[in-house]
Design a protein. Structure first.
Length: 156
């Protein structure tokens, strides 16, 4: 098994820069459409965990902490269905994150679409969908390239 992989962001930086710009645009869309940092980071972490992306999980855990999400909430993301710490909006977003991450299974099933759509406006749904598309793209780049997990960000 090869330990050294092509580092897509270094080998083709223009494509990576376009994806990074897309990600920033998605962040602006989320903010403009009522998706706060707490909700966005919960989605980013869940997608990253589902994809087995330790690199992105680390980055978004640090961003979640900055957004004020406590350790108990972060630890319960993988077990959100059994946990009582998430709001209806967060539960809907987590369900949407799973549907997008495993879109190859059934697309976005009608029951998920209907449940999530009953909680979010069209603009919120679109913003969260784009957030899922963005993080899933980054997860695939990082997992395929076996990027090492970045060091912890020092908190003040």
């Amino acid at each position: 098994m090869s330990e050294t992989r092509v580092h897509l962001s270094k080998t083709e930086p223009t494509a990576y820069q376009a994806l990074d710009a897309f990600s920033r645009t998605v962040g602006e869309i989320c903010s403009a459409n009522g998706i706060d940092d707490r909700l966005k980071e919960i989605v980013m972490i869940h997608c990253s965990q589902l994809n087995g992306c330790a690199y992105c999980t680390r980055i978004h855990f640090d961003r979640a902490a900055t957004a004020g999400i406590d350790a108990d909430t972060l630890l319960q993301i993988p077990t959100w269905r059994e946990s009582g710490v998430f709001s209806d909006r967060e539960r809907a977003a987590l369900e949407l994150a799973e549907a997008f991450t495993f879109i190859h299974d059934d697309g976005i099933p009608d029951d998920v679409y209907d449940r999530v759509g009953s909680v979010f406006t069209e603009k919120e749904y679109a913003a969260l969908s784009w957030a899922c598309v963005s993080i899933n793209a980054f997860n695939r780049i990082v997992v395929a390239g076996r990027y090492p997990v970045p060091p912890r960000v020092a908190t003040a």
